[in-house]
Design a protein around this ligand. Sequence first.
Ligand code: NOJ
Ligand code: CA
Length: 539
Amino acid sequence: MLTQRQPWWQKGVIYQIYPRSFMDSNADGIGDLQGILQKLDYLNDGTPDSLGVDVIWISPFYPSPMADFGYDVADYCDVDPLFGDLAIFDRLVEESHRRGIKIIIDYVPNHTSDRHPWFQESRASRSSPKRDWYLWRDARPDGSMPNNWGSVFGGPAWTWDEGSGQFYFHQFLKEQPELNWRNPEVRAAMQDVLHFWLRRGVDGFRMDVVAFLIKDAELRDNPPNLNAPPSLHPGDLFGRQLHHYNEDQDEVQELIREFRRVLDQYEDRCAIGELFYELPRWVRYYGENGNGLHLPFNFRLLHTPWQADAIRQSVDELEAVLPPFGWPNYVLGNHDQPRLASRIGSAQARVAAMLLLTLRGTPTLYYGDELGMVNGVIPPDLVQDPQGLRLGAERTRDVARTPMLWTAGVQAGFTTGDPWLPVAADYTTNNATVQSQDPRSMLSLVRKLLWLRQRSPALLEGTYRSLPSGSEACFAYLRSHPSGDYAVALNFSAQEQHIALPAAAKGHVILSTHLDREEELSGKDLLLRANEGLLIKVR
Ligand code: NOJ
Ligand code: CA
């Protein structure tokens, strides 16, 4: 049990807003900061009739040519006019704080836009004072690229610059040149960016591909990945390599400690990092003694087969590897992944919501997942995502970026203009307003789970222990706290399951994912209906 007051980033539920797709306030078809302001009451008005999230993470809203929809930043210290301006941002921080909502923003330190003045200056000539701010290399004697590394979006990670006669490095688009984090001036300039936003009152940062910042000093060739699936797109060089040298280098830990030192100059701020490694390497990002990231994102549940045993194993392994200062976290959806409800089905999405919101650790909820939104249908000529355009329509991330469904009105109430991506076809019957009025909807379930979670010390800070359930299709666990325990039993199958949970024998079902069941348990076996999860207050 924690002895100190639990910090907000452990208690809170993070809600990720992809700003282009959340709410458009000015009819240009693109969501904006003013739109988020208008929807704060939906997120949390302090009553059980709102969602009840208390942290929002807003994906990039900085000035950008939008080659990668904002992950190509041309100015780290401003707001793109598409999204608003600094005054609106300040108002958003103020209004959110007034409601007890913390604000996390995206920090994109690995690469800038090729339109960033730093890169323009760097590429101007080999003797530019900013030349070394990016990774420039000569061609090899035979004219070929400096090494064999690939770009995540397909093709090689090097682009030839005719004007200055060298290659520059980018692991995403060629419009996203990578900063040289071995250069102290780059470090200082990028720390200033953190100060700029910390002073404006932001509560934390989600750090984009943070383990990419340092590459092998000698830029050695990566070995081939002999297990790469044969179905990979021919252009996917990145997918065909083992990433021994281009990411997760030991020296990146020092940079993360530096970020922490900056954040720790302010009160109560939080560092979240985007990284993907196996547990032994991933866990290092908490730092020694907790001087690293507060929350290295845990994406394992996104890639674990949706089966009770596999999920239990993933959670147990995570719990086992965490140092005493390491706080868990779970992600089930984001702007880079297909929608959860499409991956596991709408019935299991409700079970997933109970899992996410009752495990020990900070949950991140992706906008629209509280409605069970499914993958958008994007006609080939409307594909926007550079990954989809380069690696094939089946890789497009547009499917998870379609407009939020607010009402049965025009364009689901998202815009009165032409939305940048199509609105889901079923929006007249499936939207936040309709679901608000339906006591059994997915939205009602998520609201209820949040409301219970925020008021239950066992769910917020209790210990976690998985329980034998006697059924392969079920995952059960206990959250224990001196104030009282909760048991959770989740049926991952579409068949009913009889299970026996010693801990639950004397208890009370306080919530079913079907939202139709509250009952005293008689001490006998527990029946879980198809696709049902139960939250049980143990006596
Ligand atoms: C990870 C972000 O989540 C993704 O959307 C982006 O394309 C890459 N990083 C590059 O910034
Ligand atoms: Ca707009």
